[in-house]
Design a protein around this ligand. Structure first.
Ligand code: GLA
Length: 377
């Protein structure tokens, strides 16, 4: 009898331990795939949160409610070693030091508006000028420097919903603009960014994300050795202040020809200052299409860009000058990261021949961009 009860006790303990272990495992699974939230400090009298989106493979993207910033995107390379492929910091203070738009949501108008001036019908508007004589990326306090409201989409596995209302007159823009951005990390390692906005007065809107990529995950490696293909037969040449001169010029026979994949550094010496240009995508409609492929042979990583937008600002980190440091302390120097900003063309409000960027009341601004990561083994 004694023996049996001893045995039962042992059995009960075994069952209990097994139950606990299983529970532990399912808990880990839960925290593996999905979305978690942590406090990340305060600014502007508002609490800031950092969300971690994790997909079924364990790939993680972190997004801050300050600036809607993608602070990290950790992915495996061809040897299964993981590293961070975007520039960013682990603390809010890094961003409050105003790095040049690292990972941020950019708005109300991504890129430049000449002299901060434009007209809608007969009304003249004057925006804040924050880039020499021009307006850049929404002004002194663009969407990259405000705290967004956040919610988790419970119907999806790893989706973060951000919203921000930009007030009439903010940085000089007309109309109250309600913006919603939906970030999703899919199980196919796509970071999908869906932008929606409505306004109560006609206003220019051109939203984008300003992530800087270095597919090696190490800023010691120049991005001039990355290979890039852009599906663009034309680009918009610029003046010395980087404002388009209004022409749409063929890339054929120039350093801007990325229609066939080539090393970024191959022709860059023929582009004074480096690439910082809007490429006119060859797609002819607003459907979501693959427009660029970036790859790197060191890591084997490959990044595809899909967008509904007509343009792509390809920026080779020309103004990065070592002021900011990577997480490992290495200086972020010129050409150590690059941006592929999907967008309408710079200065469109002043160029009637460019696709319009004016959002009218009662209309919906809607655009999607996808960055898809894969590895060539
Ligand atoms: C964009 C612009 C660049 C530069 C960076 C931020 O990519 O086109 O000229 O202003 O943002 O430094």
């Amino acid at each position: 009898m004694k023996y049996i009860s001893g045995f039962s006790f042992a059995l009960a303990v075994t069952i209990f331990i097994t139950f606990c272990n299983n529970k532990k495992e399912s808990d880990t699974m839960e925290s593996r795939q999905g979305i978690t939230k942590t406090n990340w400090g305060n600014t502007d009298g508002k609490e800031v949160f950092l969300y971690t989106l994790t997909n079924a493979k364990g790939v993680q993207v972190k997004i801050s409610t300050y600036g809607g910033i993608v602070t990290s995107w950790i992915v495996p390379d061809k040897n299964n070693a993981t590293s961070n492929i975007v520039l960013g910091f682990d603390s809010l203070s890094g961003y409050l030091a105003k790095p040049p738009y690292f990972g941020a949501l950019v708005g109300r108008y991504g890129n430049r508006i000449a002299k901060g001036k434009f007209k809608i019908n007969t009304t003249q508007y004057t925006l804040v000028t924050n880039n020499g004589q021009n307006h850049l990326h929404g002004g002194n306090k663009g969407f990259d420097k405000v705290v967004w409201d956040a919610a988790i989409d419970n119907d999806a596995t790893a989706t973060l919903l951000l919203s921000y209302t930009s007030k009439d007159g903010e940085e000089g823009y007309p109309g109250n603009l309600k913006v919603n951005v939906r970030y999703t990390l899919t199980n196919d390692d796509e970071l999908k960014i869906e932008y929606n906005a409505t306004t109560d007065k006609a206003t220019p809107v051109n939203l984008t994300n300003h992530s800087y990529f270095n597919l090696t995950g190490d800023v010691a490696n120049s991005i001039l050795d990355h290979t890039l293909m852009i599906k663009a037969d034309n680009y918009t040449p610029v003046d010395t202040t980087l404002i388009p001169i209004g022409e749409i010029k063929t890339v054929k026979g120039t350093a801007f020809d990325f229609t066939t994949a080539k090393k970024i550094g191959r022709d860059i010496d023929n582009v004074p200052g480096g690439y910082d240009h809007n490429f006119v995508l060859s797609k002819t409609d607003t459907s979501l299409q693959q427009v660029a492929i970036l790859s790197d042979s060191i890591s084997g990583r490959l990044l595809e860009v899909f967008t509904m937008e007509p343009g792509l600002q390809f920026y080779t980190g020309n103004f990065l000058d070592g002021t900011f440091k990577a997480r490992d302390g290495k200086p972020i120097n010129q050409h150590t990261a690059l941006c592929l900003e999907t967008q309408h063309f710079p200065d469109s409000p002043n160029e009637p021949s460019f696709p319009t960027t004016i959002l009218q009341p009662g209309k919906q601004y809607h655009t999607i961009t996808v960055y898809k990561l894969s590895v060539n083994k």
